[in-house]
Design a protein around this ligand. Structure first.
Ligand code: URA
Length: 207
């Protein structure tokens, strides 16, 4: 099966089976959206009001800003894949609760498995801490993180401040823009590391 069909199956399955309590208050699920063949997956926190209404992630002010930053590095939204750790809007946009993150986790993991991106980019501390609970966004933003996580199809991660937090904070906005502009270099660095990786030894290696 191709990635697009696999991903469609993942979303259909989890729209039925996700046990997140936020289902009771949200208008609808907001699955990830974008190119199933994407090299980059962006992961945000949870849908807001506009996303809940439209059923698509990052369609409000933060989404517009994200698209602006993508265009500053010569990329279009349609080239990447954008999703959230939590697939339903928390009431009044409060922070998602730990149990809501846990309930939506298998959906996110299957999404990542279907796409198998080269790089996962966290938008904000909730996304970062969902994978790396002891890292601080203030220390890790703008740096390539290389770690193996069971069930995650890449070992390359990059954290950014959340576009919604940076929208109205001049200095955070500047930092986010600087970090964002490093993404093409981050992708080059991953390619370089992959080229230098030694292939695993096999039983037939006679050297
Ligand atoms: N903020 C997020 O984290 N996700 C969205 O989808 C929109 C805003």
């Amino acid at each position: 099966m191709d990635k697009k069909s696999t991903l469609t199956g993942v979303h259909e399955k989890w729209k039925r089976e996700c046990v997140c309590e936020l289902k009771n208050t949200a208008i609808q699920a907001v699955p990830g959206d974008g190119n199933p063949e994407a090299e980059i997956v962006f992961i945000g926190e949870a849908p807001g009001k506009s996303e809940d209404e439209q059923g698509r992630p990052f369609v409000g002010a933060a989404g517009k800003f994200l698209e602006e930053m993508l265009s500053a590095i010569g990329m279009k939204r349609a080239e990447v894949y954008i999703t959230n750790i939590v697939k339903y809007r928390p009431p009044n946009n409060r922070d998602p609760l730990p149990e809501e993150k846990v309930a939506c986790r298998p959906w996110l993991m299957e999404e990542l498995g279907a796409i198998s991106p080269k790089l996962i980019i966290f938008l904000g501390r909730h996304a970062l801490n969902n994978f790396f609970p002891s890292e601080q966004i203030s220390k890790t933003h703008g740096k390539l993180l290389v770690r193996e996580i069971i069930g995650v199809p890449t070992k390359y991660f990059y954290a950014l401040y959340h576009p919604a937090a940076a929208l109205y904070d001049g200095s955070m906005r500047e930092t986010l823009m600087e970090d964002f502009k490093k993404i093409p270099k981050v992708l080059e660095e991953i390619e370089k590391r992959k080229r230098e990786e030694k292939p695993p030894k096999t039983l037939f290696d006679l050297s």
